[in-house]
Ligand binder design. Structure first.
Ligand code: NI
Length: 202
């Protein structure tokens, strides 16, 4: 949130129980430690990032790709994402830790793809976890763009698909309506476009 011109709230006001960190890039790890320490929230992440954050005093659960952890009352499974992932924290760049996507909850599973390119195993993620909601990056440049994300939607077959990771910096400027048009041509998924601060109840 800090340094993001589109953020609808600030790190010292946000309240949460669980923080899911898909990878260590600064625009994702961001305010994690400050929020976790202030709220007592548990950070769910891949082992190396969790171990790193635990040294800063955050409460963490560290597991690995393919595995499921019960974090408080919520089931979280780590799935692959194709991306790079250094850990950028407090102005320095540390070791590398694999990026992940996450399947959150089993009753109404949400697939948060993290930062990723398109990959054909997204079909397998759809087959096995049957996500009701898929959150997919559409920004291009650092992740897949709208065309690839529309193909991903076809592979995953969620009920709702939510575009993300666009519109914060000029290089990832995208019109989510373009994505919506592409999805409509090849999938039955309903595209849900949220503004910062809005939420979706399923
Ligand atoms: Ni990234």
């Amino acid at each position: 949130m800090t340094g993001n011109p589109k953020a609808a709230t600030t790190a010292d006001r946000v309240d949460c129980d669980i923080i899911c960190v898909t990878h260590g890039h600064g625009d994702h790890l961001g305010d994690t430690v400050a929020i976790a320490k202030r709220t007592g929230a548990t950070v769910a992440s891949i082992l190396e990032i969790s171990n790193f954050l635990a040294k800063s005093g955050a409460k963490t659960v560290g597991f690995n790709i393919g595995g499921t952890a019960k974090v408080l009352e919520t089931s979280i499974t780590l799935v692959p994402a194709i991306h790079s992932s250094s850990i950028e924290f407090a102005g320095s760049e540390q070791m590398v830790a694999n990026p992940v996507g996450m399947i959150i909850d089993t009753e109404k599973p949400v697939y948060h793809a993290g930062d990723t390119s398109l990959f054909s195993d997204m079909k397998l993620i759809g087959d096995i976890y049957k996500p009701v909601v898929a959150m997919l990056p559409i920004g291009d440049f650092y992740t897949m763009g709208p065309e690839q994300a529309a193909v991903a939607t076809k592979l995953i077959r969620p009920k709702f698909v939510m575009p993300m990771h666009y519109g914060t910096y000029p290089v990832i400027d995208q019109d989510p309506k373009t994505f919506e048009g592409l999805v409509k041509k090849q999938s039955k998924a309903k595209v849900v476009i949220l503004k910062p601060g809005e939420s979706l109840e399923v």
